[in-house]
Write a protein that binds this ligand. Structure first.
Ligand code: NAI
Ligand code: MG
Length: 503
């Protein structure tokens, strides 16, 4: 769409309610943040970002590509080499990051509304989880700036040897659309805490909160060029980042398919790569589990964020004697979930993020039936405007069906029966992914044995989906490598130098 056909700014069409969100949306097209300035893309191209609840255009967004990424890298390189950020005191970096956290909280209602408009998720969840979570991430990593240590090493008496833990340099951060602000925070905050400069490429489906964050970062007084934001598509702006010879590190969250492409592109200059990719997580329920907890948690485990969650518990393993009872109880509870526009306070399940995801998930609903699975509830989209899919439970699933092997990223659960503990672990681990897993049992020994046996980066015992910024997060197998959050994130954004001093 060209600027000549800019959509109307009427809030009604967009669904925006607060004057702050309407104000932000009406300054469209949104620009790129490069070297502290908001600039249009060099090509002049823009793209639309859509409200998935009503398919209306929310705003036009600058479509950055290689030429814009080049400028952003120049700005980030200059800021890095001049030491505007890496050479200020760690205490100063702490203050800046705390200021960003404060500004996110102060503008939390607006950010939550923008997130719901752009992504579709229920507003209360956007506010409580995405926005508060993002502020919390900045606050957590603010504390790390002053706690990044090297070692003094056991030297020969004729030398004094120590290590320095230094920033990696210019970091490219490529984020997905399921938790747009939070994924940006999860990468920007540790990168900045360690003294790096960054180029953020938000997902094309949901660029709004990252752009608003860019404004808040400027308001916090972060020096120009330290944080650059280039909106655009994967094959344009994204691949320009992963191929760029002057980017030192790429941190990526998204599909396994693109993760492999990013790793391949990194060989051009051997940039560091960390990848947080897809999942097909097993949620194993033993007969002695407290079903009053296991069932609602299995539901939120697979339906939260309309199933668009990398750790979604999409394969629910249920011991065969209790299988029918489980199907019945889960189905009854899931059918009571209100599906609708995320801005409606009654909504528990919002739309899928995009037409592409909507078509993809509908494809898997058809495939499940073709493979011989039975949808006990849902199994179809909702007619009319918006990308709504009914919460779905597939029964009679076997672990070798494609709906049990491929990441669907929609509100689609697969219930798979198992015989005993050994069978549950074997089937649970029979996947190319390894992001997360859960086990439900009152038997503490079984819980710990199964937690040890599951090949996953996170295992929940008698809970699902808990997260804490102090806990490492990342994948086994094709769910990626590197651990975000906690002290492990500091490893991702620093490198170690050995210094020998001859005495
Ligand atoms: P994607 O992996 O294509 O997109 C994620 C990010 O990567 C976006 O910012 C995108 O612009 C960028 N990107 C795409 N192609 C690129 C390239 N060649 N080089 C560099 N960056 C590139 O994911 P997509 O297509 O939006 O979703 C497809 C599937 O991926 C989903 O159905 C889901 O299964 C999975 N996914 C997993 C996520 C997770 O949290 N692990 C998040 C998003 C998607
Ligand atoms: Mg893609």
């Amino acid at each position: 769409m060209s600027a000549a056909t800019t959509p109307s700014v009427e809030s009604a069409a967009r669904g925006a309610k607060s004057s702050a969100a309407i104000g932000f949306l009406s300054s469209s097209p949104k620009k790129l943040l490069i070297g502290g300035k908001w600039v249009p893309s060099k090509s002049g191209k823009t793209f639309e970002t859509i409200n998935p609840a009503n398919e209306q255009v929310l705003a036009l967004i600058a479509e950055g590509d290689k030429a814009d990424v080049d400028e952003a890298v120049k700005a980030a390189r200059k800021a890095f080499e001049e030491g505007k950020w890496s050479s200020i005191t760690p205490h100063q970096r702490t203050r800046y990051l705390l200021k960003i956290a404060e500004l996110i909280e102060q503008n939390g209602d607006e950010l939550a509304e923008l997130e719901t408009l752009d992504n579709g998720k229920p507003l209360s969840q956007a506010r409580a989880i995405d926005i508060n979570g993002s502020a919390g991430i900045f606050r957590y990593f603010a504390g790390w700036s002053t706690k990044i240590y090297g070692d003094t090493n056991p030297s020969d008496p004729s030398t004094f040897n120590f290590t320095l833990r230094e920033p990696v340099g210019v970091c490219g951060l490529i984020t997905p659309w399921n938790f747009p602000l939070m994924m940006a925070a999860q990468k920007i905050a540790p990168a900045l805490a360690c003294g790096n400069t960054v180029i953020l490429k938000p997902a094309e489906q949901t660029p709004l909160t990252a752009l608003r964050l860019g404004e808040l970062i400027q308001e916090a007084g972060i020096p120009d060029g330290v944080v650059n934001i280039v909106t655009g598509f994967g094959p344009g702006a994204g691949s320009a980042i992963s191929e760029h010879p002057d980017i030192d590190k790429v941190s990526f969250t998204g599909s396994t398919e693109v993760g492999k492409m990013i790793l391949a592109a990194s060989t051009s200059n051997l940039k560091r790569v960390s990848l947080e990719l897809g999942g097909k997580s097993p949620n194993i329920i033993f007969p002695d589990a407290d079903l009053s907890q296991a069932i609602p948690n299995a539901m939120s485990g697979v339906f939260f964020n309309s199933g668009q969650v990398c750790v979604a518990g999409t394969r629910i393993f249920v011991q065969q004697e209790m299988y029918d009872n489980f199907l019945d109880q889960f189905g009854k509870a899931a059918e009571r979930m209100t599906v609708g526009d995320g801005l409606d306070p009654k909504t528990r399940l919002g739309p899928l993020v995009s037409k592409e995801q909507f078509d993809r998930v509908k494809g898997y609903l058809a495939l499940g039936r073709k493979e011989g699975a039975r949808a006990t509830i849902g199994g179809e989209a909702i007619e009319g405007k918006g990308y709504f899919v009914k919460p779905t439970l597939f029964a009679d699933v076997n672990n070798s069906m494609r709906i049990a092997r491929e990441e669907i990223f929609g509100p689609v659960a697969a219930a798979i029966p198992f015989k005993d503990e050994t069978d549950a672990v074997l089937q649970g681990n029979d996947t190319t992914y390894g992001l997360a897993a859960a086990v439900w049992t009152k038997d503490i020994s079984r819980a710990i044995k199964v937690a040890r046996a599951l090949k996953a980066g996170t295992v929940w015992v008698n809970c699902y989906g808990l997260a804490d910024t102090s806990m490492p997060f990342g994948g086994y197998k094709q769910s990626g490598f590197g651990r975000e959050n906690g002290k492990y994130a500091i490893d991702l954004f620093t490198q170690i130098k050995s210094v020998y001093v001859k005495l």
